[in-house]
Design a protein around this ligand. Structure first.
Ligand SMILES: *Cc1c(COP(=O)(O)O)cnc(C)c1O
Length: 238
């Protein structure tokens, strides 16, 4: 049986080690435990071990878990959110990692305005230019940033990105560095603060921390392998 709280301790230790190596304070790096596909019981175990922030990428699955878990847990939405699901998602999550186009940003803004909300968001950048991934291209975000920051119902606090999958963590470093440099340029060009950098997953979060990540999204290294199927209250795992 996979011991998630033991894995959590190991991830926290590695996170602290990477921060130390980079001369950074581990306290400034937020660990999001990516709980997609995993049942509420596993999440509860981690919450008892002190993990408070969980990441989900499907609204329906997340809602089913949030309903049955303690209200003090904090939830981040880490995937692409379909237009017709934004309204239902807004009150549930404290941070949306995947605002991935001007169109999506406008939809978030409009619904937030209608519902009197001011969601915290990250702009997702497709730094590797992978056709299978969502996100602004680096060029698009540079030309559109003024228009995006004018959407005053959005509290835009930073950028999110992913490196292409590769078994060697060092392979991710140039993509993370590119995201950080893009952030620095956007801050200078648009005169906005984008302090948060959400980058790094199970395979490469220590490298991401060395390159300036302030939020890492770690699933497999904490929970073990995913089944591939979404969790639902009727799937019988909990
Ligand atoms: C699933 C997922 C993760 C976690 O991936 P692991 O490799 O299991 O750590 C992180 N970020 C996003 C956007 C994801 O969809």
């Amino acid at each position: 049986m996979h011991d998630a709280s033991e894995s959590l301790s190991a991830v926290r230790a590695k996170l602290a080690q990477a921060a130390c190596k980079a001369g950074r304070d581990a306290g400034e790096i937020e660990l999001v435990a990516v709980s997609k596909t995993h049942p509420p019981d596993s999440i509860r175990t981690l919450a008892e071990a002190g993990q408070m922030i969980f990441g989900e990428s499907r609204l329906q699955e997340a809602r089913a878990k949030i309903t049955v878990l303690p209200g003090r847990l904090r939830w981040h939405f880490i995937g692409h959110l379909q237009k017709n699901k934004i309204r239902a998602a807004l009150p549930l999550f404290e941070l949306f990692h995947g605002v991935d186009s001007l169109e999506t940003a406008r939809q978030f803004h409009r619904i937030a305005e209608e519902d009197g909300l001011r969601p915290q968001v990250l702009l997702e950048v497709n730094v590797a230019g992978e056709s299978t991934k969502h996100g602004f291209s680096p060029d698009a975000i540079r030309t559109q940033i003024d228009e995006i920051v004018a959407l005053d119902r959005l509290d835009i606090i930073g950028l999110m990105g992913m490196a292409p999958f590769h078994p060697e963590p060092e392979h991710s470093r140039p993509y993370f560095r590119q995201l950080r440099e893009l952030r620095d340029r956007l801050e200078a060009d648009a005169g906005v603060g984008l302090p948060q950098l959400s980058m790094g997953m199970s395979g490469d979060y220590p490298v991401a921390i060395e390159e300036g990540a302030t939020i890492v999204r770690v699933g497999t290294a904490i929970f073990g392998e995913r089944s591939g199927k979404q969790w639902s209250p009727t799937s019988g795992d909990d």
